[in-house]
Write a protein that binds this ligand. Structure first.
Ligand SMILES: *Cc1c(COP(=O)(O)O)cnc(C)c1O
Length: 495
């Protein structure tokens, strides 16, 4: 066996089996009665305990995660999450609870939910939160339903348009469309919303505007107060996509910018590891204007006891079974208390500093540039364009991403936002050190050198991963996707 290769060519556990190798020895002191013994042995692989451990450890090494290295996936905020949050959330006191327990016996978790809502309200500057939505997109959908209920209540159900900027995260127009709205796109100038175009887009049909600030280019929308006025004067509401709160945590409040509805991604900003489809939480906060429409139940406190309130006649109803992803909410609660107000501010300061440091360094490397010039500094993330590299060497952002894998770096988000050619959206987060940022700079430098030297390594990369070139189109079509291990009719295949 080639031990260096073994990690990537890990066979199935059945193929590692050797007859009569066992992990556990049972004594014959208390023999199993003859009549209940098996007649034939179970078809289980036979391995020594150490081989079982090595097998699964090797498999675990085929993955990449935040706990292994930098994961600068722009817009997704892949940052290190304190293990303390996980530890508390996995306490048996939480795990053994049942959502239908009598609230009198679950005062502790109700208190945590109540206080988390208050802490989040304070952080974003709104009046009340629902913790129910299970993800960011689910929060958006909930928020759009709140908008709908608000307009219907005022006999303005004819407002059937939602405006989104051209830099918007794809879930924004998708959530609006799912709720039955027409999506109107407003263009940007120099990376920010074109307020003149916005004025022309609003009117009696406008239900609201969905926007993220800082936007997906990492720029803070400086005209946000004017934007809010334009939308409010037309009778619409302002929706804040707060999936990326890392940029402004403890520094600026969407509520003070004029937003009426805000969703947060607890699994991005507040201590829950994410990726692989959940669980997450996308709580939605609203100003007084909209509290009557929140999903039921809300958690209330009368000074003595916490309770679940289902009596909200104007509520949009339930948006999720039970009360939300409790373990994620609990992690957020721990995370906020762990950092405190000052700590939260420090998070955003370092996130922004790290991002700007990397932006300036990478923009000095041949082939890469900041599309709006590096004089406009951004917030927690930035877009680097590889369009010059493509023109001069034929190497695309996609290929740069593949080559980064060989250097032990997870590639950034690519080809998003769509308004920048050969976009690489990079978000280092506050949990990486300057040493790691410099390693990213060196990797990009090396890739640039290889591109201009017309190195073969680029075209065929990645070389050091479990699977190499995946067919981008086929990989997203379930029929041809091979989620299984590399076998064909039970045969081991060469890599
Ligand atoms: C991640 C993200 C979302 C969607 O959140 P999910 O939890 O993945 O549904 C929405 N908007 C922005 C800006 C995001 O980064």
């Amino acid at each position: 066996m080639d031990f260096a290769q073994a990690r990537w060519n890990e066979p199935l556990i059945n193929q590692l089996s050797h007859t009569n190798q066992t992990s556990t020895q049972f004594t014959n002191e208390y023999p199993v009665p003859e009549k209940i013994r098996r007649r034939t042995s179970p078809a289980l692989p036979e391995l020594a305990e150490i081989d079982v451990i090595r097998h699964y450890t090797r498999l675990s090494q085929q993955n990449y995660g935040v706990d292994l290295g930098i994961y600068p996936l722009g817009s997704c905020t892949m940052k290190y999450n304190p293990k303390l949050c996980d530890q508390i959330a996995s306490s048996h006191k939480i795990q053994e609870m049942h959502p239908y327990q009598n609230p009198k016996t679950s005062q502790g978790i109700l208190q945590i939910m109540y206080e988390t809502s208050n802490l989040l309200s304070d952080i974003v500057g709104v009046d009340k939160f629902t913790l129910q939505p299970a993800a960011g997109a689910h929060g958006e959908y909930t928020g759009v339903l709140l908008m709908q209920a608000y307009h219907a209540d005022r006999n303005e159900a004819s407002r059937d348009e939602i405006i989104v900027p051209d830099s918007a995260h794809g879930t924004n127009p998708a959530s609006a469309a799912m709720a039955g709205y027409k999506v109107v796109q407003v263009p940007s100038i120099n990376g920010c919303v074109d307020t003149e175009a916005l004025k022309r887009s609003v009117g009696r049909k406008t239900a609201g505007l969905m926007i993220t600030n800082p936007n997906t280019l990492g720029f803070f929308e400086r005209e946000i107060l004017e934007i809010a006025d334009i939308v409010h004067e037309s009778g619409g509401l302002l929706y804040y996509d707060g999936a990326n709160l890392n940029a402004i945590l403890g520094k600026a409040k969407p509520g003070s910018m004029g937003f009426d509805i805000v969703h947060l991604n607890l699994h991005k900003t507040f201590g829950t590891p994410h990726g692989g489809g959940g669980p997450g939480a996308g709580p939605v906060g609203v100003t007084k204007l909209l509290t009557d429409y929140l999903p039921v139940p809300t958690v209330e406190y009368d000074g003595k006891e916490y309770s679940l309130n289902y009596n909200l006649p104007k509520s949009i109803g339930k948006v999720r079974a039970y009360y939300g992803s409790i373990a994620v909410i609990l992690r957020a609660y721990v995370y906020i208390l762990l950092h405190g107000k000052d700590g939260l501010q420090t998070i955003s300061e370092i996130a922004v500093l790290n991002s700007n440091y990397l932006a300036v360094k990478l923009s000095r490397i041949r082939g890469f540039e900041l599309p709006y010039g590096n004089r406009i500094l951004g917030k927690h993330e930035f877009v680097l364009s590889a369009s010059k590299l493509l023109k001069e060497t034929g190497v695309s952002a996609l290929q740069v991403g593949k080559r980064l894998l060989d250097m032990g770096i997870h590639p950034p988000t690519i080809y998003f936002p769509t308004i920048v050619d050969e976009a690489m959206l990079i978000e280092p987060t506050e949990t990486v050190s300057k040493r790691e940022l410099d390693a990213v700079v060196s990797a990009f430098q090396k890739i640039s050198d290889e591109c201009y030297a017309k190195s073969e390594a680029i075209a065929t990369s990645p070389h050091s991963t479990t699977v190499t070139r995946i067919d981008e189109a086929k990989a997203s079509r379930p029929k041809t996707m091979q989620l299984t291990w590399r076998t064909k009719n039970g045969e081991m295949r060469e890599r």
